[in-house]
Design a binder for this molecule. Structure first.
Ligand code: PEP
Length: 244
């Protein structure tokens, strides 16, 4: 099963969300061996869930808090997202880490909280360019996995998105060899930590129609997390419909 996930970041309002899905649903015919899902901003989640109802397309929250209710002004309740029909929660995107100060031990609580509610967490990990150039990629990823998954239940659904920070929104895509090596290393780390060999590992970082067809053939690449190219129905569908 290959997963094609759209991260819309802080783009689109509810009206634009509805318009996107009108067009996207006309293009898309889901295949049994693929899953398509969207992470709209929380304010557009209801519009997205209504639009995809009955289609087989899934939605998730871009960020959740690790408590479901209480005095946590500005946070998103995972329980509410679940009750609305969300199936996924994106956790620890590099923008959450770098711009909003999220750190691994808090992310671990979010992963566990999502799982406890029946939401599938998608934990994002990735190294900076500086870390890659210093040869620290695997140690950085290992630490992010060990800490971020420290409270995760191994028997419950979970996905990893490997997104080299230097490739997100930059137009710089990691080379086939870098993706091959790193996904293999992440698979090995997950196995050593006791997670199922079927845990999906998605690649993210400037995925476009033209590079998607080669990237998806790499072993241990179980799908994509797509930012910029997911904002237009046709460009995202071109990615979702690559030969798998
Ligand atoms: C992302 O936001 O997770 C991402 C990978 O963005 P982009 O596809 O634009 O690089």
């Amino acid at each position: 099963m290959k997963i094609f996930a759209a991260n819309w970041k802080l783009h689109k309002n509810p009206k634009e969300t509805r318009e996107f899905f009108q067009e996207f649903k006309a293009l898309c015919s889901l295949r049994p061996q693929t899953k398509v899902l969207f992470f709209p901003q929380a304010i557009c989640l209801e519009a997205a869930l209504t639009a995809v109802s009955g289609t087989g397309i899934s939605c998730g929250a871009q960020n959740i808090y690790f408590e479901s209710k209480g005095a946590f002004t500005g946070e998103n309740s995972a329980q509410n997202a679940k009750e609305m029909g969300a199936e996924w929660a994106l956790i620890g995107h590099s923008e959450r880490r770098s711009l909003f100060g999220e750190v691994d031990h808090g992310l671990a609580k979010k992963v566990a909280h999502a799982q406890s509610l029946g939401l599938s967490p998608m934990l994002c990990i990735g190294e900076t360019l500086d870390q890659r150039e210093k040869g620290e990629t695997n140690s950085v990823l290992k630490l992010q996995l060990v800490q971020g998954l420290s409270l995760a239940e191994k028997s419950k659904p979970l996905a990893i998105a490997y997104e080299p920070v230097w490739a997100i929104g930059t137009g710089k895509v990691a080379s086939i060899e870098q993706v091959r090596e790193t996904h293999q290393a992440v698979r090995q780390m997950l196995t050593e930590l006791g997670f199922s060999t079927s845990t999906p590992i998605l690649y993210g970082g400037s995925v476009k129609k033209d590079n998607a067809k080669d990237l998806i053939q790499i072993p241990n690449v179980d799908g994509f997390l797509v930012g910029g190219a997911s904002l237009e129905p046709k460009s995202f569908w071109d990615i979702c419909s690559v030969d798998v």
